[in-house]
Write a protein that binds this ligand. Sequence first.
Ligand SMILES: NC(=O)c1ccc[n+]([C@@H]2O[C@H](COP(=O)([O-])OP(=O)(O)OC[C@H]3O[C@@H](n4cnc5c(N)ncnc54)[C@H](O)[C@@H]3O)[C@@H](O)[C@H]2O)c1
Length: 427
Amino acid sequence: MTATPTHRLRAGMIGMGMIFDETYRPFFERAHQEGVYSRRFGDVDVPLTGVATRTGRRAEAYHQRAVSAGQIADFRSFAGENSVGDMLEQGVDFACVATPDDRHFPAAKAVLESGTHLLVEKPSVLKLQELDELIRLADEKGVLAKAVYHKLLDPDHKKLRTLVHDDVLQHVNTGYCTLLEPKAISGSQFSEWITGRNPGTYVAVHYIKLIDFSFGGRLKTVMATGQRGLVGPADGPTWDSNQLRMIYEYEDGREAAFDIHTSWVTPDNFPGYVEQEVQFRFDNGVWNGHSRKRGVECTVEGKTPNEMKISINNHYNAPAVEPWGERTQRGYGVEVIERFVREVADVEYGGPESERAERLHAARSLTYNDLSADRQVVAAVQALEAILERAANGEPDCVVRVNDPRGGLVLYRPGSSDAEVLYEPTV
Ligand SMILES: NC(=O)c1ccc[n+]([C@@H]2O[C@H](COP(=O)([O-])OP(=O)(O)OC[C@H]3O[C@@H](n4cnc5c(N)ncnc54)[C@H](O)[C@@H]3O)[C@@H](O)[C@H]2O)c1
């Protein structure tokens, strides 16, 4: 017998590319079967009712494949210029934005303007001015505005943060992180939106958030450089790889420096598919994490490393047959989406309507995903984008200082006393 759900949260999806397939799709398919339940908010049905994409092709292919197979309920696909507005007009309770990095803002703004809860992929937005606008709208409309930083839910990163939180690892001094994406990402997967983009904003942002959330402190300085010539011309605006440096200062006046190296031109047959490595050095310890060393290397003749990966991240979204026979796709990439839906369900159904404002406030106070807690991360992204843009225009080695006497985000050129204020208010 199937229980009748007590509540309903209709979901909308904007953008249905790689990340939809890896994390949102498994979540929605699971929710279609099981709903989402807690003693606080009851049994909530979470149907995906509308999707908005550029061409509608992937949405229709998924519809054809999954609806008839009973994997997902019927949903409407909207395509083209007004797809987001059309989808929102149909009415959804929350919407997820997974469009290319530089197209999050207009979609996210439209979602909030319609009074709908928002979940936006990382990087939330590229400018603090945009972040301010989204936070203001969420406030005005009384809805949640949250970003997906799933690496905070990676069990290894949770352990790192727990050791810092419990003062076992004390005072971070330096850190380095690398994330190497295969060429397929820049060459084919993102070919439609790669021009003018960089792997720093795309993936360093995971580590910016990890550092900002795990260690706290005040972001002071951002520097960056990179290489060009493979994805686009060597003198063009599209980057193959980037090196970002951030300096943080802590309450006791001591500083830490973090270097984040990213690339999306690693050979496709490199065994360390989406290779990730971090090292953080503390006053009293060292944390070393490596995606390959923690895990599995598997070789299958004729399949690895292309059709199947040699280094499999089974913690992220691994499709598997459970010991009890069920086929599932679970992991922290899926868990982070379910967690957001639980936060929305709690706001809407976790108690009497008269206490909704308190529940909303509690959900907004969660700094791991609320947009109001994303200020230093967006500041680092905005600085990185500005530095790379100047470099592509023949002005390399600019430095951005945060909360400087001249403004919140101020860009300095080497050899020039001129300063350019990228963002006036305090970050
Ligand atoms: N959390 C993660 O680890 C992770 C991993 C990959 C991607 N992402 C993020 O997810 C976002 C999407 O990445 P992806 O890999 O799925 O990209 P993708 O290129 O595979 O898919 C992009 C999708 O957006 C749609 N789209 C493009 N412009 C649109 C518009 N104006 N309105 C509506 N739909 C539009 C396209 O039709 C497509 O369905 C990016 O911001 C990326 O940084 C996050």
